[in-house]
Design a protein around this ligand. Structure first.
Ligand code: NAI
Length: 461
């Protein structure tokens, strides 16, 4: 069979690219070697972790806030097996949804692992398919850490953490990034003693520093422990437990700590194994990502790449946008991604969300800015719902008032951030947000108040 486009990988980058290209009239196939479509995100990433975060947040609400609202009775106890079954059901619904969308849009699913023997050819098993264009959307995998042997039972990556045999009594998380804190939260709420070991002196590097400090304080209040400025040297699975050795950076002293389970969450790297990129002559960056130009083209004619396999933040929605853009380019349209407005969300409780510049990046660039901040304590809805912790911070150009970035820690921050994203796409000023009527009582009023704080001041502060 011959195609206009073969997409390699069916994660959010790949499946979105395949569907959009088919909608634009191309004859498309998508190669996927997993049993189900959806890649890391749907099978072992975003979606399953959100199911566990949702379930354990409900448990947290029952344990901490029900009585205060007059909801009395026995507190629920987690049944880990049932929770995993719920998670599996959520995965199934989502992966089957993509299968349905492929059928609806006439995208062929070629089952198996692909390699590219030559431009215009994709080999899966013994069959070589002809195609005019190829988009590589092969995603990423957990980066290994020297001295840490992952067995996905005692020493796990996020994949193993989503399938543990039982809830650990003691969990050590290596790395205070997104995966470490989301999965750490899940197990802390399930009663595990969670200790996070982080190399830097701050958590969630790259995020706004003030948000990071507030977030760490909240996580500590929720029972998570942090060992900061510590480089993990070794993690070993012993007979009944695991042992982690780390060195404190300030004095080089070595320490060990025990746990039932260790989660390695020190970053991910592009997954391009088996594609034959080397012999095809596809250039990589120094960090092992597939090098592409502004139109997602690799160094080999007719071969494109998107998502976690290329440069940029490893985020499902960044991959989706690139998937859509490259499909449009291949169909003769002007596909484009605005990398300045890609939100980032951490789905803990409260959520953390950010878009655009941080105070740190603006200071570094020497750009004049003003900040408007509003605490959820001043938001009536948040107070009613035990969600008054956290704040919204909007950063705007000092002269023009144009919004440059926003940072939210608080209830549904991951949804609230999008109002700022839309405003930024339209080049809005903070005053534009401030003058937009927001329904009362909603959490979104806190965003408006932060915008007001960029001007003459918030009302409820
Ligand atoms: P990350 O890059 O977010 O964080 C890794 C952390 O590990 C950093 O804070 C780093 O300083 C620390 N670290 C590195 N080496 C260390 C060592 N030897 N000892 C102690 N600490 C060490 O990586 P993470 O959390 O593994 O996530 C991987 C990717 O997946 C990220 O790009 C993330 O954005 C993405 N992701 C996004 C999610 C979301 O959007 N909600 C959810 C899960 C993953």
């Amino acid at each position: 069979m011959s195609y206009d486009l073969i997409v390699i990988g069916s994660g959010p980058g790949g499946y979105v690219c395949a569907i959009r290209a088919a909608q634009l009239g191309l004859k498309v196939a998508c190669v996927e070697g997993r049993e189900t479509l959806g890649g890391t995100c749907l099978n072992v990433g975003c979606i399953p972790s959100k199911a566990l975060l949702h379930a354990t947040h409900q448990l947290h609400e029952a344990e901490h806030n029900f009585e205060a609202m007059g909801l009395m009775g026995a507190k629920p106890k987690p049944d880990w097996k049932k929770m995993l079954a719920y998670k599996a059901d959520v995965i199934g619904q989502n992966t089957k949804g993509i299968e349905f969308l492929f059928k609806k849009n006439k995208v062929d699913w070629i089952k198996g692992w692909a390699s590219i023997p030559a431009p215009g050819k994709v080999k899966v098993g013994d069959t070589t398919h002809e195609t005019k264009k190829i988009v590589i959307a092969s995603g990423s995998e957990s980066s290994p850490l020297k001295g840490v042997e992952v067995d996905e039972k005692t020493i796990v990556t996020s994949t193993g953490a989503l399938e543990l045999g039982k809830i650990p009594k003691k969990l050590i998380v290596i790395g205070a990034g997104v995966i470490g804190l989301e999965m750490g939260s899940v197990f802390a709420r399930l009663g595990a003693e969670v200790t996070v070991i982080e190399y830097l002196d701050r958590i969630i590097p790259g995020n706004d520093g003030e948000v990071a400090k507030t977030f760490q304080r909240m996580l500590k209040k929720q029972g998570m422990d942090f060992i900061m400025g510590a480089a993990v040297q070794k993690a070993e699975a012993l007979k009944t437990k695991a042992k982690v050795t780390y060195k404190l950076r300030k004095d080089d002293s070595e320490h060990t700590i025990d746990a039932d389970t260790v989660l390695l969450a020190t970053g991910r790297r592009p997954f391009t194994e088996g594609l034959g990129l080397d012999s095809l002559g596809v250039k990589l960056t120094e960090r092992g990502q597939i090098a592409t130009d502004k139109h997602f083209a690799t160094s080999v004619e007719g071969v494109y790449a998107i998502g976690d396999a290329v440069e940029g933040p490893m985020l499902a929605h960044k991959a989706e946008d690139e998937g859509m853009a490259v499909a449009e380019i291949l169909a003769g349209q002007a596909g484009h991604v605005n990398y300045g407005v890609i939100p980032g969300v951490i789905y803990t409780w409260p959520e953390v969300a950010s878009v655009g510049e941080t105070e740190e990046s603006l200071k570094e660039a020497g750009r004049g800015y003003k900040g408007g901040k509003f605490s959820f304590m001043g938001n009536g809805r948040a107070k009613a719902n035990f969600a008054g912790d956290g704040f919204v911070k909007i950063l705007a150009d000092k002269e023009t008032d144009r919004i440059l970035g926003a940072h939210i820690i608080g209830p549904y921050a991951g949804d609230l951030i999008h109002e700022v994203c839309v405003a930024m796409e339209f080049g809005a000023a903070a005053e534009d947000l401030a003058r937009t009527c927001h329904a009362h009582p909603t959490y979104s009023e806190a965003v408006r108040e932060a915008a007001l704080a960029c001007g003459d001041g918030a009302i409820h502060a």
